[in-house]
Design a protein around this ligand. Structure first.
Ligand code: ADP
Length: 355
């Protein structure tokens, strides 16, 4: 009880409480001095409305009502035992006026509280924005690091190339430069695509195609990487496949991204499957691997930009842009992306395209 009272008192402005106590003491003084000592009745009681209105203004309905009842009791008891109808009516008026003006006071308090809430929300928003900006700065730092990594062989090779310009063989040096520059180019493109996708500026060049040749050529393209890592790739196409209306380059980009991730995470001797399934009015394309899998709580987060899962920490590279970009591209086609994964067993990344 004492705890609740002290909690309540903490919320009440102490200065207001002090002023109200003084005003009520003045009222009691008036009542007892003028009425009981000097026998003056009536008119001074109108002064009681001053603390009444103030209490209603500060504390709303309950403040107005309690001060009203308090003043009514003071007024009534000072006339005991002969309480006239006028005194009774005046006492009742204190309680009624106190609660009526209190209702208006409560409205004011509610409006003030709403305003304060809006202000607090604004402060929180500003704090969130600040945190988001800090996250962006952190991301830019990682980005700079990421862009510089493929640039290192370009710089080293080109420096060597300058030194060895007149001597053979130049071929492997030239290849290094080319590989580094291509990787850099891809990463910058990915970043730009994602930024465009976020503000709805990414456009597709749609065309009706037979997906089989596309999937076969993608499997061909990745086969040397798969072989070099001691993994095997299985192409499981439920042919004949229906034609789909897609941006061929973008679909290639998405599937290659999923296959590259699968290669990255599958251990030597593991298997990667590129599979198609017809699901009603949709064509599903899946990439399955026998990698470390992704914990359930991270499975949706990996589609958020800049998120890197625990599995990704095995590798120092990566900005967490690949999957969000794949998702954006698939959704632009009117399709969906998903992941099914079990830790220590592997993952299946899938996408569906409308037919
Ligand atoms: P990045 O571009 O950094 O590789 P992605 O968006 O492609 O990022 O992937 C996000 C995270 O999802 C990665 O950090 C990685 O941990 C996880 N991930 C993606 N594909 C796989 C996979 N096949 N197996 C396990 N984890 C994966």
């Amino acid at each position: 009880m004492a705890k609740r009272l002290s909690h309540y008192l903490d919320r009440v402005n102490r200065v207001h409480l002090l002023i109200m106590t003084i005003l009520l003491l003045v009222c009691i003084g008036l009542e007892y001095y003028l009425n009981l000592a000097l026998g003056i009745t009536g008119a001074y009681a109108h002064l009681f409305y001053v603390p009444l209105f103030i209490a209603a203004f500060w504390w709303g309905f309950w403040g107005g009502l309690s001060v009203g009842i308090f003043l009514a009791l003071i007024h009534l008891t000072s006339y005991l035992p002969d309480i006239s109808q006028l005194v009774l009516a005046e006492s009742l008026a204190f309680a009624l006026v106190g609660s009526a003006t209190g209702v208006i006071g409560s409205e004011r308090i509610r409006a003030e509280r709403k305003l304060r809430q809006a202000y607090d929300e604004e402060v929180k928003l500003r704090r969130d924005l600040q945190a988001e900006m800090e996250r962006r700065v952190e991301f830019t730092r990682a980005l700079v690091h990421e862009l510089k990594t493929p640039l290192t062989p370009v710089l080293a090779s080109s420096e060597l190339l300058i030194e060895e310009l007149r001597r053979e063989p130049f071929l492997s040096l030239a290849r290094n430069i080319n590989r580094g520059a291509l990787s850099l180019n891809e990463k910058i493109d990915e970043l730009l695509d994602l930024a465009r996708g976020e503000i709805g500026m990414l456009r597709l060049k749609l065309k009706q195609i037979d997906p089989s040749p596309l999937l076969r050529s993608i499997a061909d393209e990745i086969s040397s990487l798969v072989a070099s890592q001691g993994q095997s790739l299985i192409l499981d196409l439920s042919e004949p496949l229906p034609s789909v209306t897609v941006d061929e380059n973008r679909l290639r980009q998405v599937i290659l991204n999923l296959l590259n991730n699968a290669c990255k995470f599958t251990p030597e001797g593991g298997t990667i499957v590129l599979r198609t399934k017809r699901r009603g009015t949709r064509l599903a394309i899946e990439v399955e691997d026998t990698g470390p899998g992704i914990p359930l709580e991270e499975q949706q987060l990996i589609f958020e930009p800049y998120y890197r899962a625990r599995s990704g920490q095995i590798y120092s590279g990566g900005l967490g842009l690949g999957l969000p970009l794949c998702k954006t591209l698939v959704e632009l086609h009117g399709g969906q992306m998903w992941v099914k994964s079990q830790e220590n067993k592997g993952s299946v990344f899938g996408l569906s395209l409308p037919l």
